[in-house]
Design a protein around this ligand. Structure first.
Ligand code: 6R9
Length: 602
């Protein structure tokens, strides 16, 4: 028997929108036996009760290419052992468990065990260096970290002394030799833990997830999500990703990113479908092999990956992937994280036999908000339309490209094609419930009953949304947000650096790459050797995901009257645009991060 929550046929967009409301949709959730909601329960326990415990939940492909399957029942066992381990370690309700892990079965046991136990889960990117890892664990008051030996040695050991709140480090692959001091073997603890666990009595408002995201200034922001979000994870996975009974789903997102959580783990599990998990790195042939061999039916990936595949069509130009690999199982392909260029949509049609549907959302929204519906023909270049239960609008903006708020009110730009800030009417279940320890920044995201996204868009006469750019300085590189401030701060730790300004330089594949402009202290001279030293210095501290790819020396960095480096101007110069021309800073298509010199609203 299949979970009854999976609707066999997708309704068309208009009827889905007309009939949907979140209140009624709540009936899709099983809910805890004593009342209340828990994400882990919806992802696992309910399927056991509904008799599909033996259904394959995960097909994990190791780096070496061997596949291990885990049923929902086995996942229940593993996550129960992890949950009991947290109890045994005296981790209190509401305390946080961090993961610094690739795509391995232990990741799923940790995430689901933590959620089922009512503790808070925070995933980190393995491509972060020691400094971003330390900063986020410090801000999020990490009590427990689950990681591998190699990642511990490289990224955590150097900063462990500066993490006084971190009580336990659990190593997933302890190996034979002695463990580093202050760490424990996760397999040993889990083997000793009971495999029965009663899910914690959580409810919709209880904190479940913490996702760090980057702003223009200051520290990374810890976007908090509660257990009630699971309703949106489930509904949007069905509507926007078209997931149905019998599907084999592959989400290529990094587990350190919100997409890796909402759709790499939670959404598909709540719908009872099978998820493919590939621990290997990106490699075109490997990816096409996974699609073909696993008979993937629904694939969720990102524009950078699609562009990389486009550039490396295996077998030479004459052979399309469809001819070389059996992609006949593939039914639906979707993309997220950055503008999906029309060429990528068309490449999908040719190479995969299917167009690529776009989806738009943010760490803060927790789930997909705007998407090209499966039943609709794709409009290349458009992000799609608001999902059922989501009300979106384009708000009129001032010169700073932010919604104009007058006496607490905003104005909706009704005219088709009008450009403005994308806003979402407050009230969907996965909306973030705060930035950790930063009420001011959270409140600044709302006006007049709307959540202000910081993205600039247009809407056409048919209600389809088109991405224009961001209204802040944050850089989207290969789909991931990078805060220029974090990069500038790391560079300024080097004795040679007096000041740094960091921007996103447009890049045909990654959308944008991080470029730093650096002014030196008087006693240092610019040169190739120092440039290389600074690149290596930043890479060691920040890790490959965040470090600048390019550094340019600039004796006098342009500043605002208040003394802040004007990234906007640096970017204009980089693009060869007139300095004063704000509107031309707006680029279409890839890498359209926009900047303003005013204080970051978000
Ligand atoms: C899920 C995720 C959010 C920002 C968002 C926007 C950009 C996301 C997009 C897109 C154009 C799309 N973005 N999806 N831009 N088209 N389909 O990406 O979360 O990392 O928080 O980034 O990403 O600028 O505001 P997050």
């Amino acid at each position: 028997m299949m979970s009854p929550s999976v609707s066999p046929v997708m309704p068309d967009y208009d009827s889905a929108r007309a009939t949907f409301n979140w209140q009624q949709a709540r009936a899709r959730l099983a809910g805890l036996p004593g009342g209340g909601v828990n994400i882990g329960y919806e992802a696992i326990d309910r399927h056991l009760l509904e008799g599909i415990g033996e259904h394959v939940a995960l097909r994990c492909i190791s780096r070496e290419g061997t596949t291990t399957t885990l049923t929902f029942a086995q996942l229940a066992d593993l996550s129960s052992r992890f949950a009991n381990t947290l109890d045994a370690l005296d981790v209190a309700r509401g305390e946080s468990v961090f993961t610094l892990l690739g795509r391995c079965p232990e990741l799923y046991a940790t995430v689901l065990g933590t959620l089922r136990a009512g503790r808070v889960l925070c995933p980190l990117f393995t491509a972060f260096g020691p400094e971003p890892v330390r900063l986020r664990m410090d801000l999020g008051e990490a009590r427990v970290l689950v990681t591998t030996r190699a990642l511990y040695d490289k990224k955590v050991a150097p900063v462990r002394a500066r993490l006084p709140d971190l009580r336990q480090v659990l190593i997933t692959d302890p190996g034979d030799g002695p463990l580093p001091v202050g760490t424990s073997s996760l397999p040993e603890l889990m083997a000793a833990a009971p495999c029965d666990f009663t899910v914690a009595a959580t409810d919709t408002a209880d904190l479940a997830l913490l996702h760090f995201t980057s702003g223009t200034t200051g520290s990374p922001k810890g976007a908090m999500h509660n257990h009630g979000a699971v309703l949106a994870h489930q509904v949007t996975a069905a509507y926007a990703l078209d997931l149905r009974e019998g599907d084999v789903f592959w989400c290529t997102a990094d587990p350190g990113w919100v997409t890796g959580m909402s759709y790499g783990i939670i959404g598909p599990l709540t719908l009872g479908v099978t998820t493919v998990v590939d621990a290997g790195d990106f490699e075109p042939r490997r990816w096409f092999t996974v699609l073909a061999r696993e008979r993937v039916t629904v694939w969720y990936t990102a524009p950078t990956a699609l562009r990389m595949l486009m550039r490396s069509t295996p077998g030479g130009d004459a052979v399309t992937p469809r001819e070389e690999y059996d992609l006949s199982a593939l039914r639906f392909v979707a993309s997220v994280g950055e503008p999906l260029n029309p060429e990528a949509v068309r490449w999908g049609e040719e190479a995969l036999g299917l167009p690529v549907h776009d989806t738009w959302w943010q760490t803060e929204t927790g789930a997909i908000m705007i998407a090209g519906f499966a039943a609709d023909p794709v409009r290349p270049g458009s992000m799609g339309r608001p999902l059922p239960g989501v009300e979106a609008a384009v708000l009129e903006c001032g010169n700073d490209d932010r919604a104009t708020v007058t006496n607490g009110h905003v104005r909706i730009a009704e005219a088709p094609g009008a450009r403005g800030e994308l806003a979402l009417r407050v009230g969907w279940p996965s909306m973030f419930c705060g930035y950790l320890h930063d009420r001011r920044r959270y409140e600044a995201c709302f006006a007049d009953g709307w959540y202000l996204t910081g993205d600039l868009v247009t809407r056409d006469a048919d209600g389809w949304y088109w991405f224009v750019g961001r209204s802040d300085d944050v850089i989207k590189s290969a789909g991931h947000l990078i805060g220029p401030f974090e990069v500038e701060s790391a560079l300024m730790e080097h004795p040679a650096v007096a000041e740094a300004g960091v921007i996103g330089r447009p890049d045909a594949v990654a959308g944008a790459v991080v470029k730093a402009f650096v002014s030196l202290r008087a006693e240092y001279t610019a040169g190739e050797e120092l440039r290389r030293e600074l690149l290596a210095f930043a890479r060691k501290r920040l890790g490959s995901a965040v470090a600048p790819r390019e550094i340019e020396f600039e004796p006098d960095l342009p500043r605002t009257r208040s003394g802040k480096v004007m990234r906007r101007l640096l970017r204009a110069r980089e693009l060869g645009l007139p300095a004063g021309d704000l509107s031309s800073l707006q680029t279409s298509g890839n890498a359209s991060d926009r900047s303003g010199e005013s204080e970051d609203r978000r």
